[in-house]
Design a protein around this ligand. Sequence first.
Ligand SMILES: C[S@@+](CC[C@H](N)C(=O)[O-])C[C@H]1O[C@@H](n2cnc3c(N)ncnc32)[C@H](O)[C@@H]1O
Length: 272
Amino acid sequence: MEARLQRRIQRYGWDAAAPAYDNSWSIQLWPTHDTLLKMASLKPGMRVLEIACGTGLVTMRVADAVAPGGSVFATDIAGEMVAETANQALSKGFDNVETARMEAENLPLEDDSFDVAICALGLMYVPDPVRALAEMCRVVKPGGIVAVTVWGERRNCGWADIFPIIDARVKSEVCPLFFSMGVPNVLAASMETAGLTRIEQTRRTVDMLFPDYVSLLHAQIDGGPVALAAKRFSRATREEVDSAFLASVSGYRQEDGSYKIPGEFVSAIGSP
Ligand SMILES: C[S@@+](CC[C@H](N)C(=O)[O-])C[C@H]1O[C@@H](n2cnc3c(N)ncnc32)[C@H](O)[C@@H]1O
C-alpha cells in the first residue's frame, strides 16, 4: 500500500478509536508496558521521547518514572490521541509532559536530544518501521536507549481473526503487515539495520482479561485499529462482525462469561 495512504488511514483511524481506547486497554496492556518500561531503565532527570503515545497509557508512567527533573515529549500521528494524552497529563497533575502531533518516520527534532526514545505498540502501523527506528536512533544521545514493543506472531494472538473478519466486509487495509514485526528476529534485525547496537529482545505471552463480551467488542472493534472501518458499517453488518468475532474467540470464553485471550508481545532495546 502507498505510504501516504497508510498514514492517512492510521491518522483518522486512531482519531476514531481515541474515545474508546484508554478504558478498553489500560489493564490489558499493563504487563506489557511494564516490561517495556523496565527495559528502558528510566531514571529521574531523563528526557524521554515517546512515539505513538496513543492516549498516554505509557506517557504517564514515564512522566512518573523520570520525575523529579525529567520530562516526556509524547507524540502520535493522530491528533485526537495527542489531545487525549495532553488531557490525561493535565487531569493527573503531570507538569513534565509535552505533546505534539508527529509522524514516526519524520521527527522534526534535533540529533542527540533525548536520553531515551520509547514506542509501545506503534511500529506495526508505520509504513517504514526501519526508518522510524532510525529516527529514534538519531534523536537519542550516544549510549542512550531506544525501547520498542510490538505484537508478536499472529498464531499466538488469540484475537487475530478480527482483521480477516473486517476485511471480508469492507476494504479496510488497516495494516497489511501488522504481524510482520512479530516474526522471530524481525524486530531485532530492523533495529540493527536502523543503526542501533547492543540489542536485547524478549518475547512474552500475556493473557488479556476482558470482563464480558461487551467490553471485548468495545476494545477490539471500537477502540482498536479497525475502528474507522467499523464506523462505516450498517447496523446489520456490525452485528454480523460482532458475532463472527465472538465465534473466533469462543475458545477463550470463561465460565463466568469473561474472556481470557492470549497476546504475544516482543520487546527490544538498543543503543545508538
Ligand atoms: C495501539 S496504539 C498504542 C498507543 C500506546 N503507545 C499504548 O501502548 O497504549 C497505536 C498508536 O500508533 C499511532 N500511529 C500509527 N501510525 C503512526 C505513525 N506513522 N506515526 C506515529 N504514530 C502512529 C496511532 O495513532 C495510535 O495512537
